[in-house]
Design a protein around this ligand. Structure first.
Ligand SMILES: Nc1ncnc2c1ncn2[C@@H]1O[C@H](COP(=O)(O)OP(=O)(O)OP(=O)(O)O)[C@@H](O)[C@H]1O
Length: 518
């Protein structure tokens, strides 16, 4: 008879099965007791914090039977003070390993177990075989206080999209604000150094189970992204592979990898693209001060977004209103093209230096990590009026995007309209972030086919939540919902005072656009 790793549910009030082997009742009882004991031990190993429950029961029993009270309390105090020390010294690890697990177990029994079978049947997510009905099993529930992660084992023939189609219904049924469907194959423990890209993940890649038969339902129970995220203190030196720039919806820090990648930020007007760029600059601050990081900045919106931080930038170039400083559009456009071509020249020089020695440049003060920040990319691509300049700018961008990563040059570009006509080299950005978008179709253009169906409903992000978006990372199947820190003009002034590099000329006003206006 066919066997399925799901939970079989009966067809009627009583189910009979013909016995094939006669076993004495006492052996059956012993077998069930042993199995329950082994399962209990395995469960305690996975939920070590619950060891405290039998321990407390034992202590209570000792007190009851006349044990020395001070001895009883002293032995109970050892694990209690261990837990307290853990919480005090490593609060994040304690929250994830103890608090989240306990909350997950409670919610599994009180919320999900009770309504799971009926919901699966109602949504037609069961499988019928040989007159038997199988319901997908809940493997585990983890709760972060803001998100319940319910891992489900798929039944044969089921795919992630089957569940994604019902995401909204699942959210309503289990009293969540939203539900996202994520594949379990991409789930690297959040506490691993560097997450999915870190050294732990790479070192143990061979040992990580490939859980293609599982998915994780993310039930958003209490949206932490409704709160504005305050500026996040930067680490010194900055970890260029994991910059602390935003808060994730499960309450964890979102760490952005910038080294050896390029980032595209797309969002409607007022979606908070500026806060993304400033969060990145803030996280890079200590590196800018030490000379490990150089910012090359293009702000075609007349310097409106980024000019406040000009002392932090190695090169800064903005377009403006020709009537104000006498420079023509063509001169501005030439200034942009020149800056980009200078960067291409550095790229070529670095390639020559590395050739035959290494395939990746390790940034240092001699060869710093260069981040090209380009706000309003459309003004540098589609809206350039001079065809010759348009060609030069497009060529330089294509070269930087296709060859710059390995030699420590990263492009961070922001734009409103992600269509190919506006940004022909959109596909050359490996990391993409979609903030609030004007149309559902744009989500697909920025993130990936099916991203919206899996929960990245960027067109539904309300205008009241600027800085909220979904980020797609290479190697992760589903985008992650995050909110970037809100950096005010006052915060920028503090950043400049803290991190402006102490180089000759850095405190002089930088002529903009370069070579055009004083
Ligand atoms: N992360 C954030 N948290 C809270 N408020 C934010 C955040 N980001 C931006 N805002 C606020 O939202 C408004 C619009 O932000 P911003 O100018 O960065 O948007 P934008 O996408 O760059 O818009 P545009 O394309 O029109 O320049 C501003 O008033 C800003 O203060």
């Amino acid at each position: 008879m066919a066997k399925i790793k799901g939970k079989e549910v009966g067809m009627g009030p009583v189910n009979f099965r013909a016995p094939t082997v006669a076993i004495r009742l006492k052996w059956v009882v012993i077998w069930y007791c042993l199995r329950a004991l082994l399962r209990g031990i395995a469960w305690l190993v996975r939920h070590p914090a619950f060891v405290i429950v039998p321990l407390l029961a034992l202590k209570a029993y000792q007190l009851w039977t006349g044990g020395e009270w001070w001895l009883v309390i002293a032995t109970a105090a050892v694990p209690a003070s261990g837990l307290a020390g853990w919480r005090w010294r490593w609060p994040d690890s304690f929250a994830q390993r103890v608090v989240w697990r306990m909350r997950g177990s409670r919610r599994r029994f009180l919320e999900y177990r009770t309504r799971w079978d009926a919901t699966m049947r109602a949504l037609n997510l069961t499988v019928r075989m040989d007159d038997r009905t199988f319901v997908p099993r809940i493997v585990k529930v983890r709760s972060s206080g803001t998100v319940d992660q319910v891992t489900v084992r798929l039944l044969p023939g089921q795919i992630l999209t089957d569940y994604a189609e019902h995401a909204e219904r699942l959210a309503r049924t289990f009293g969540a604000e939203d539900c996202r469907v994520r594949s379990a194959a991409s789930m690297i423990p959040a506490w691993w150094p560097g997450g999915a890209e870190g050294w732990m993940a790479r070192l143990f890649a061979w040992a990580l189970p490939r859980r293609t038969d599982r998915l994780v339902l993310w039930f958003l129970t209490n949206d932490p992204l409704r709160e504005v995220v305050a500026p996040i203190p930067a680490t010194d030196p900055p970890n260029l592979q994991a910059l602390d720039v935003a808060r994730r919806e499960d309450g964890l820090m979102f760490r952005l990898r910038l080294l050896y990648t390029h980032l595209l930020v797309a969002g409607a007007t007022g979606a908070g693209k500026g806060s993304v760029l400033w969060s990145i600059i803030a996280a890079l601050g200590p590196g800018i001060r030490s000379g490990l990081v150089q910012l090359w900045v293009l702000d075609p919106k007349g310097g409106m977004e980024l000019a406040l931080g000009r002392r932090l930038f190695h090169r800064f170039c903005y377009g403006s209103d020709p009537a104000m400083d006498g420079a023509s559009d063509a001169e501005y456009e030439e200034a942009f093209a020149t800056l980009l071509e200078d960067l291409v020249a550095i790229m070529r020089r670095r390639q020559g230096k590395l050739r035959g020695l290494s395939r990746l440049l390790k940034p240092s003060r001699d060869e710093p990590f260069i981040v090209l920040i380009a706000d309003e990319l459309a003004s540098l691509t589609a809206y350039v009026t001079d065809p010759a300049m348009k060609k030069r700018i497009a060529k330089a961008f294509s070269l930087l995007l296709s060859q710059g990563r390995a030699v420590g040059i990263t492009v961070v570009g922001a734009l409103q309209d992600p269509r190919k006509e506006v940004l022909p080299f959109r596909d050359l950005f490996p990391t993409r972030l979609a903030l609030r978008m004007a149309e559902a179709e744009q989500v697909r253009l920025v993130l990936a086919d099916g991203a919206r169906e899996r929960g990245a409903r960027c067109d539904k992000i309300p205008e009241t939540l600027p800085g909220v978006g979904y980020v797609a990372v290479d190697g992760e199947t589903e985008p992650i919902r995050v909110r970037f820190s809100h950096i005010t003009d006052e915060d920028i002034a503090v950043l400049v005072d803290l991190y402006a590099p102490d180089l000759v000329g850095a405190r002089e006003p930088i002529p903009t656009p370069e070579g055009v206006a004083a």
